[in-house]
Design a protein around this ligand. Structure first.
Ligand code: HEM
Length: 151
């Protein structure tokens, strides 16, 4: 599952960027793109929910301990792998909470079909924070994976 999530994040980040691009650079009369942004973001959240659940099941019930797999790494003994995991967790733990908040608020406050409204500015601000947090989760996760299992 570690390998799967590592690869999956290479797909999730460009799709998220494309979904935000759709709303950020739309021209007048292209409000239908908001509905596509909504669909893509909800689909991404679903994929991430499945990925995170399978990941946790693997780590807690199947593989149980990733440490023996990382011991051959030249960065293991110096604790660099541990530090990189802590940095990764600083992003990986709050990011799902931010995503739940952004999605719940958008579903409650945005019109149907989705489009510009009084809540747009606040959604854009929180959406940028949630998207940046997801990008950092991926980046720090890749660094941890490389230090622990590739190097
Ligand atoms: C975690 C999930 C989501 C993230 C990270 C996200 C992110 C963003 C960002 C960054 C923008 C601003 C783009 C800009 O700079 O102009 C935006 C705009 C928008 N989002 Fe989301 N979004 C998410 C979920 C949703 C959902 C579920 C809906 C609908 C219910 C939605 C509806 C919209 C709409 C309508 C706009 C355009 C607002 C306007 O320009 O008037 N978003 N989103």
């Amino acid at each position: 599952m570690l390998d799967f999530v590592f690869v999956a994040m290479f797909g999730i980040i460009p799709v998220m960027a494309w979904s935000i691009y759709l709303v950020k650079y739309r021209r007048p009369g292209q409000d239908y793109k908001c509905e596509w942004h909504k669909r893509i973001q909800l689909a991404l959240a679903g994929v991430l929910l499945v990925a995170v659940t399978s990941f946790e099941v693997d780590l807690n019930l199947i593989t149980k301990d990733w440490r023996p797999l990382a011991e051959p790494s030249p960065y293991y003994a110096s604790k660099t792998v541990d530090y990189s995991l802590w940095i990764h967790l600083c992003f990986a733990v709050p990011t799902p909470l931010l995503w739940i908040f952004v999605i719940v608020q958008a579903l409650r406050k945005m019109p149907r079909p989705a489009g510009p409204c009084a809540y747009s500015v606040r959604h854009a601000r929180w959406g940028q924070i949630a998207a940046a947090a997801m990008a950092m989760t991926a980046l720090t996760g890749w660094i941890f994976y490389w230090l622990a299992f590739v190097s």
